[in-house]
Design a protein around this ligand. Structure first.
Ligand code: C2E
Ligand code: CA
Ligand code: CA
Length: 454
């Protein structure tokens, strides 16, 4: 082995764990065996992913004085093109993309067709603007492809932070940048930036710390009162989770629930909150104090959990809390994705005495027919409608929605009421129940108790 290669390997050795290093050496051997230059995409004659990653690592190590970046290219609508124009046209588009990419071929540049409709460019650069130039030109060239559909390539870019940065990580980061703009027609490219990096670190923190948080009682129940707008009386509450992180302070659900929905741990968080709700109500009931229904949020992930309905029924028995005191808030999208299974489980819970509330009504996948088919006890009108009270069109839409829901004899509650003017308009429409900062923000159970005891 030459001295230069030995040095390179020593450098990598320092950056990697024992296991990663073994894997790295193994893949080096494998690649040498397979003769790297034969690792081409058959269709486009660009490097395949394996060869690309190997060569890119080599480039970086051999040219530590250069700055490198990776651009990942993907199409927002490739399957539509395949479906409506035929596979041959789809293949032609991929070949056209490869040809367009080839015009950027120069020393140290590597081009790859990863798989299906994703491509990669590994390139040296001096200034970020050169990378933008590449994607802008490439976008123009690819878009010249003549078909009746608009071709929508998107680009994610990651700049290497050191010559030993793992190429696979660069690809992950570039892909993450790309995902952030996919489907957004106004954005063509995105760099992996500090915001994405901190989002990624936050996601990692969440995944690492959540189990510990659950075990150590850092996942806490807050309650936001539901108010009768005519009388100001508190008629209920919604259970909302807060994470009291020892270092980060209070972490809000919107920043960690979506992450936990992806790995399934949201189920454990929900159960932890439900337990606190049943505990809270059970204790007050046993002390003969006033209680109001406290609704809980049901993540769609529970549809796949076969113990879900029994768990709620068991908790109701264990804490001696009648099921009608714990309404279940479900989102429309949760229902729509797995209608059969969801209906079956909900039907059972409803027979047992639980009430169902449709959360975020009108925020997305509204399915009006669901209102007549499914026995919903309450509809929560999304905050978006309340925000629109400021405009004449918004007022008209909301007025008619409330009218329709009242015609169907559904209980209505409006979320996100922040101003007196909104309250007045809603009361004028015959809607009396609300939840919003105008009345109360979510509060600790201790504060909620004080409010109930007043
Ligand atoms: P959501 O179920 O729609 O809950 C209502 C959210 O709107 C709450 O945010 C609440 O604080 C906020 N809100 C209420 N009134 C107002 C207002 O007047 N103005 C504004 N700007 N916001 C208002 P929060 O507590 O941050 O919860 C966000 C979302 O996180 C919830 O939306 C729900 O989808 C989810 N979530 C919260 N707790 C849990 C939980 O225990 N389990 C599950 N699965 N999801 C939860
Ligand atoms: Ca809710
Ligand atoms: Ca809601």
């Amino acid at each position: 082995m030459e001295e230069k290669e030995k040095n390179a390997i020593r450098l990598i050795r320092q950056e990697m764990s024992e296991k990663d290093f073994e894997l790295y050496i193994y893949s080096l051997k494998k690649l040498a065996e397979n003769n790297i230059d034969k690792n081409m995409s058959f269709m486009t004659e660009l490097y395949n992913l394996r060869a690309f990653q190997f060569k890119a690592a080599e480039e970086m190590l051999e040219n530590p004085e250069l700055k490198f970046a990776m651009i990942v290219i993907d199409f927002a609508n490739f399957s539509t093109i395949n479906e409506f124009c035929g596979r041959t046209v789809g293949d032609d588009l991929l070949k056209h993309t490869a040809d367009s990419m080839r015009t950027f071929q120069k020393e140290h540049v590597l081009l790859s067709h990863f798989r299906a409709d994703t491509f990669g460019i590994f390139t040296p650069f001096e200034d970020k603007s050169e990378l933008i130039d590449i994607v802008v030109k490439l976008d123009e060239m690819i878009s010249e492809f003549k078909i009746p559909y608009k071709v929508l390539p998107a680009f994610g870019i990651c700049i290497a932070d050191s010559p030993t940065m793992a190429v696979s990580i660069m690809r992950d980061y570039a892909t993450m940048a790309l995902e952030s703009i996919k489907g957004k027609f106004y954005a063509k490219y995105a760099f992996f930036d500090d915001e994405m990096r901190s989002q990624m670190l936050l996601n990692k923190m969440i995944e690492n710390d959540i189990v510990d948080a659950l075990e150590n009682g850092h996942i806490l129940l807050y309650i936001q009162p539901k108010v009768n707008m005519q009388t100001g009386a508190i008629e209920g509450g919604e259970a909302l989770v807060r994470w009291h992180h020892p270092e980060r302070g209070i972490v809000m659900p919107n920043s960690f629930i979506p992450v936990l929905e992806r790995n399934g741990l949201v189920i454990d968080v929900d159960i932890c909150i439900w337990r606190q709700v049943f505990g809270f109500l059970g204790k007050r009931l046993s002390e003969g104090k006033r209680v109001v229904p406290i609704s809980i949020n049901i993540s769609r992930q529970h549809v796949f959990d076969s113990t879900f309905k029994d768990r709620l029924i068991d908790m109701s028995k264990e804490y001696n809390v009648p099921p009608e005191l714990v309404p279940l808030e479900l989102t429309e999208s949760g229902f729509l994705e797995n209608q059969g299974l969801m209906y079956e489980r909900m039907h059972h819970l409803k027979e047992y005495g639980f009430k169902l509330s449709m959360d975020d009504f009108g925020s997305g996948y509204s399915n009006i027919t669901m209102l007549k088919n499914e026995a919903m006890d309450e509809i929560k009108i999304d905050k978006g409608f309340v925000d629109d009270i400021a405009t004449p069109k918004g007022r008209s839409i909301l007025k008619h929605i409330i009218e329709m829901l009242r015609d169907l004899d559904l209980n209505i509650i409006v979320e996100g009421v922040e101003e007196a003017q909104q309250r007045d308009f809603l009361l004028g429409c015959g809607c009396t129940k609300a939840q919003g900062y105008y009345y109360y923000k979510p509060m600790t159970t201790a504060d909620f108790e004080t409010l109930l005891d007043k």
